[in-house]
Design a protein around this ligand. Structure first.
Ligand code: ADP
Ligand code: MG
Length: 250
């Protein structure tokens, strides 16, 4: 089962943010994406997850084209993303943030609440239980009742991962999960990602922390100015002169 990204192009005005980008990975694998600021990494995630439409090219999961689906439908198909800048609801607690991220929202259909209150409360109980399990897994239970706006940078990244997990995805796109996170929490996030991957959940990880990323993923894609520059094992890719020049400044 494969995630396949074929020949994606995306321009903003006259500027080519993505230029013929292709990549493939096993849907339950771990793939890292690196590249200088402005290389197009976050834009690639936006196109893949349906937050932006591509000008050309396509994305498929298990051979099923996703291009006509919006972000919510792609999440239901099994692929969700996190954001470089976490998008938690500051005033809601950690528990409430997780519950709000569950698909098939309680109260989404208010009529249902009046017609079938018992069904709604069963759904709420299931979502609440899922949120508790997610907090437990991510070691967020001690801050369950804390407003998300008061979390540390690393805890916000964990919450962002938790919000993605509430959709029960097959594949998660993580945008800079270690940025602004202290080393202890980086270790904790890596450990949780590895545990989820062992359960069969695939990850695409954009990250600037090359040390951490190289320990986590067996394969890297290097992007530069909207294009894929190199693909391969971290050691081989980082020794590539073209990569050193583009990414490390020679
Ligand atoms: P990266 O994540 O690799 O740092 P981005 O994908 O965020 O890069 O951005 C790639 C390029 O596209 C940058 O030059 C950025 O300014 C531009 N860009 C990204 N999003 C938009 C947008 N919504 N409108 C205009 N330009 C954008
Ligand atoms: Mg980015």
């Amino acid at each position: 089962m494969t995630l396949s990204v074929r020949n994606i192009a995306k321009s903003f005005g006259g500027f080519r943010a993505l230029d013929d980008v292709s990549l493939e990975m096993p849907a339950d694998g771990l793939l890292g994406i690196i590249g200088p600021n402005g290389a197009g990494k976050s834009t690639l995630f936006s196109v893949m997850s349906g937050f932006m439409t591509a000008d050309a090219g396509g994305v498929s999961l298990h051979g099923r084209p996703l291009d006509r689906l919006g972000a919510a439908a792609r999440a239901r198909a099994g692929m969700v993303r996190t954001f470089q800048v976490p998008r938690e609801f500051h005033h809601l607690t950690v528990r409430e943030n997780l519950m709000a991220a569950a698909p098939g929202q309680i109260g989404e259909n208010l009529l249902g609440v009046f017609l079938s209150p018992r069904r709604v409360s069963a759904e709420e109980a299931a979502i609440r239980a899922e949120a508790e399990a997610t907090m437990d897994f991510l070691r967020l239970s001690p801050v369950a009742d804390t407003p998300a706006g008061r979390l540390s940078g690393g805890q916000k990244k964990l919450l962002e991962l938790g919000r993605a997990l509430m959709a029960k995805p097959r594949l998660i796109l993580l945008d800079e999960p270690f940025a602004g996170v202290n080393p202890v929490l980086i270790g904790q996030i890596m450990d949780r990602v590895a545990a989820l991957n062992a359960r069969g959940i695939g990850f695409l990880v954009i990250e600037h922390d090359l040390d951490a990323l190289s320990r986590l993923v067996p394969r890297l894609v290097v992007m530069d100015r909207g294009r894929v520059l190199a693909t391969g094992a971290p050691d081989a890719v980082l020794a590539d002169p073209a990569v050193r020049e583009a990414y490390l400044g020679g």
